[in-house]
Write a protein of this length. Structure first.
Length: 425
């Protein structure tokens, strides 16, 4: 009873640890092996909190091919010339030195849920008792004719996975002629980070105002309207970037001619641009697809939202952008971080043969810079509803900025520092 009360109290207090509730020697928890695949916002958080909540008893291995985490949130500031790539490159070191997470720099190429094993690209096979899969997103290249070749040539970039491509897009914008056009093409929702493309338009425009004052940013959206913070973005474009940002809804790209830098559309006439930043349609990462987990619309992974357990495989939890989302649940870094804490608490409770939190909650906040020193935000709270077997937004919780402000820009910077520390510190 003491252990049950301790676990429930800590979960209610914000999922901070199991100090004073250490697993007895030889318990199922002390012998348990949890394998976390993917070191992004969801995977890194899950690895840390599995160790914290078990008072370091559970054995956690994190498999991630990259030596560092390059944050997708905040990467638009690199494109806008406000941050460097080093500013958003984060170390995994404290996950190991402070929390005892075993890190393996490799790629998982196959999983066997029945045998509970994962095979690495290097040939090693890892066993597990629970698997946390945070595979992120990948792209449906073949939906746009010519896109894959244009991307492989480095001519048409998405920069939707932060890293070298972020810098490459920034260089393309810097090199475009004054009076030229930069196109941002947005896929139909759902996609990773709903407000991200509109923030990117703002920061590119802010950069061009300083260096290419006659240039234009053309936002071509496959959706019927701006998918997040619509009124706030429109007001920012009108007030801060007049004549530079043009928004066109219901423009779905069907083809790219890299020789002429021309886009083709379902309905509209072809359009030429100097820089094309094209976001392809997205789906769950390759590992989830190859394992047969991404069965929702052939793109996303359905889960039991109570603990994010896959509906297709025993002992396997899926987190982050790869999910078939619940109503009102964004594909965001903050949401991935929140999901990971709920899943970690549920896994530790199950290993101890305890009841998981009966009413877990998630929260989300997303800041968007609309200029070099002003930002806006959207926030939401999501509560577990047993009747619906899903998380639903809490009425009256969260909301939007009343207006853009420099104070919100400072809050955005603090948000990044704090969530990075929560994931990795």
């Amino acid at each position: 009873m003491r252990r049950r009360r301790c676990l429930q109290a800590l979960m209610a207090a914000g999922v901070t640890g199991l100090n004073g509730c250490a697993a007895p020697h030889g318990s199922a928890l002390a012998r348990a092996r949890v394998l976390v695949v993917g070191g992004g916002y969801a995977g890194a958080t899950a690895a840390k909190y599995l160790r914290l909540l078990s008072d370091q008893a559970v054995d956690v291995t994190l498999v991630e091919p990259n030596p560092h985490l390059v944050s997708c949130p905040v990467s638009n500031l690199v494109i806008g010339g406000l941050r460097t790539l080093d500013d958003i490159t984060l170390s995994y070191e404290r996950l190991s030195s402070r929390h005892g997470v075993r890190r393996v720099q490799d790629r998982v190429v196959a999983i066997d849920p029945q045998r509970r094993t994962a095979t690495l690209a290097g040939g090693e096979r890892l066993g597990y008792d629970r698997l946390v899969l945070a595979p992120g997103v990948n792209f449906l290249w073949d939906r746009i004719e010519g896109l894959k070749a244009a991307h492989d040539e480095g001519r048409v970039l998405h920069a939707w996975k932060a890293g070298p491509e972020t810098l490459a897009l920034a260089r393309q914008i810097e090199a475009m002629p004054d009076g030229g056009t930069c196109v941002i093409a947005i896929p139909e929702a759902p996609y990773r980070c709903p407000p991200g493309p509109y923030e990117r338009a703002c920061l590119i425009a802010a950069r061009l105002r300083r260096t290419h004052p006659r240039a234009k940013v053309l936002v071509l959206d496959a959706n019927p309207d701006i998918t997040s913070k619509a009124a706030l973005f429109r007001q920012a474009w009108k007030d801060l970037h007049p004549g530079m940002i043009e928004y066109r809804p219901q423009h779905r790209v069907t083809g790219v001619d890299v020789r002429t830098m021309t886009l083709r559309f379902e309905v509209q006439e072809d359009l030429r641009a100097d820089v094309i930043n094209l976001l392809p349609d997205m789906r769950a990462g390759d590992l989830a697809v190859h394992a047969g987990l991404a069965t929702a619309n052939g793109r996303w992974c359905p889960v039991d939202f109570r603990d994010f357990r896959s509906v297709h495989a025993p002992g396997l939890h899926v987190l982050g952008d790869a999910l078939q989302i619940a109503p009102g649940m964004p594909k965001s870094g903050h949401m991935a971080n929140a999901q990971a804490k709920v899943a970690a608490a549920a896994i530790v409770a199950e290993l101890l043969d305890l009841e998981a939190d009966a009413r877990p909650m998630l929260n989300n906040v997303c800041y968007s810079l609309v200029d070099t020193d002003q930002a806006i935000h959207v926030a939401s709270v999501h509560a577990w509803q047993p009747e619906q077997r899903s998380f639903v937004p809490v009425p009256g919780a969260g909301g939007l900025s009343a207006q853009r402000s420099s104070l919100e820009a400072r809050h955005a910077e603090a948000w990044a520092r704090n969530i990075w520390a929560d994931m990795l510190g």
